[in-house]
Design a binder for this molecule. Structure first.
Ligand SMILES: *Cc1c(COP(=O)(O)O)cnc(C)c1O
Length: 510
């Protein structure tokens, strides 16, 4: 089976009608995945049997060339689209998806910056040699130590998330005689994820400050934003404004109040406005709606204070294919859509375009990764019978589970799995891949067709686990967290080693 890019997709071992079709880019597998004539799969030229023998199972396998190609695709697509409307863009790799020293270096080598959301993520980025100015620090509850560490390492932007944090960052910066570069994380009422987005007036979640003025007074209803913002006054670059300018009126939105508060603090430099609307977004409309709200807020601030902030960040959330037949968001298309829409909005508002930034995580590393497991217990379970026909579901247990991939248990995420160590002529059967944990919700793949002769000892791979697998892993049931193994040009290399019982017992002080 051949996809649009001419590569052979992994379904070659499943030529049966029950097998699912494969998406246009060989999705959901990384571009280095091939199934050979003997039915065994290799990744970037390394066979899965060799990977299992050298590194054990379960293991996270990351296709380095695929990661780099996706990082590059996002950067070049956005740079081209935003250059075409006369502005620039920076791409930050959202490190929380998967952050190791090597992964941070790959991102950097492909021209990306790195976003962090804790002291630990910051430590990994710094260990990788990412310069402070190319790092962002996020978080709705940063500690003083994290904030000071950002100052000490010259972190390029701290994304502030509350009025209290603005005061805390300002005070800490003033005490140290530094000026902290900050962006304000706002909520626009646009929530996106999956195939749809919804726009609501009110946000009921912990992140950000609402652009909706009604949020300040608690009045329900949608903010009535005039179509045309007031003509901006004389514009001075952010940071060159006289401190102590325009006070908040009390009916301002929380986002406007935050921006005004930052302008009052000489120890803060207001870089711009940040919006992250969700994850696994497959429809670009949500990005455009959020960008519009952010540009309107920027114009409102300019009209009020004369300060036109330089930067707007549109966050991450670019969706990928997890299942055969799903189609990932195309970076070129989404970049063009967003660029032309922000150009229109800025023209309507009469403001020059800011510099933009985006923060893809999943879209860069998700499809580059897969998890390799060994099958253990295989158990047919007869299901239903009351009002429907009873049917048999084959429970296929693997040597990991919710400790190495919490997403199915956490939010019902779907994945695709195949038997990758051999070919099978057996009729496919309805299967559920489960882990070895003491939870019935310990499901790895809810529903997948696997060859009916699947048996203990088979190698099974789950596709597109590169994002939020290792980074959300736990030691539940005292399982040892699997290694992260990079593959490239026929060679494999351990990026993060497998935990040992000594690692676990070393933490236990008796
Ligand atoms: C999680 C997150 C991202 C990355 O999201 P993806 O869905 O992995 O692209 C980007 N920005 C912020 C602020 C985030 O919290």
């Amino acid at each position: 089976m051949t996809d649009a890019s001419g590569t052979t997709a992994i379904v070659a071992g499943q030529p049966r009608p029950a097998a699912l079709p494969v998406g246009p880019a060989g999705a959901p597998w990384s571009s280095g995945v091939r199934r050979g004539d003997d039915g065994a799969v290799e990744v970037a030229g390394v066979g899965v049997a060799e990977l299992a023998a050298d590194h054990g199972t379960p293991s996270y396998i990351v296709d380095e060339a695929d990661f780099r190609a996706r990082a590059r695709a996002y950067r070049t697509a956005f740079e081209a689209a935003f250059a075409a409307v006369g502005t620039g863009v920076d791409v930050y790799y959202a490190g929380k998806a998967l952050l190791t020293v090597a992964v941070a270096r790959w991102a950097r080598e492909e021209g990306l910056r790195v976003d962090t959301a804790s002291g630990g993520e910051l430590a990994v980025a710094l260990r990788a040699g990412v310069p402070g100015e190319a790092i962002g620090l996020h978080g709705n509850n940063k500690s003083d130590a994290e904030i000071v560490r950002a100052f000490d390492n010259g972190v390029g932007r701290i994304i502030v998330d509350s009025l209290a944090e603005i005061d805390r960052v300002a005070d800490l910066a003033a005490e140290r005689g530094v000026v902290a570069p900050v962006m304000v994380r706002v909520t626009t009422g646009v929530h996106a994820g999956g195939h749809e987005y919804i726009s609501t007036a009110h946000e009921d979640q912990k992140f950000g400050l609402s652009v909706n003025a009604a949020s300040a007074s608690g009045t329900p209803g949608v903010s009535e934003r005039p179509e045309e913002a007031a003509a901006p006054g004389p514009i001075v670059p952010a940071g060159e404004h006289p401190a102590g300018g325009v006070p908040s009126s009390g009916t301002d939105s929380p986002a406007m109040t935050a921006l005004l508060r930052i302008l009052e603090r000489p120890s803060l430099h207001l870089l711009g406005i940040h919006s992250h609307i969700g994850s696994q977004i497959l429809d670009p409309d949500g990005f455009e709606a959020a960008a519009r709200a952010v540009l309107e807020l920027r114009a409102d601030l300019a009209a009020r204070t004369g300060v036109l902030v330089d930067e707007v960040d549109l966050g991450g959330g670019y969706g990928i294919a997890y299942l055969p037949g799903e189609v990932a968001l195309d970076p070129e298309r989404v970049a063009k859509d967003i660029a032309s829409s922000v150009a229109d909005v800025a023209a309507r508002l009469g403001t020059p375009l800011p510099r933009f930034s985006i923060e893809p995580g999943r879209a860069v590393v998700g499809p580059a990764g897969m998890t390799l497991y060994t099958v253990g217990t295989v158990k047919p379970v007869t299901v239903g019978g009351d009002d429907g026909e009873p049917f048999t579901r084959l429970y296929v247990s693997v040597d990991g589970g919710m400790s190495d991939n919490i997403r199915p248990a956490l939010y019902g995420a779907d994945y695709h799995a195949e038997i990758v160590g051999r070919a099978s002529e057996a009729e496919p059967v309805l299967a559920r891949v489960v882990g070895k944990h003491c939870e019935s919700g310990d499901i790895v793949v809810h529903q997948v067709m696997l060859p009916g002769d699947v048996r203990a000892g088979d190698l099974l791979a789950v596709a597109a686990t590169g994002a939020y697998g290792r980074s959300m892993a736990s030691n539940y049931n005292m399982l040892l967290r699997p290694p992260v193994v990079a593959v490239r040009d026929g060679e494999s290399r351990v990026l993060v080693r497998r935990e040992t019982e000594d690692d676990l017992l070393g933490l236990d002080q008796g």
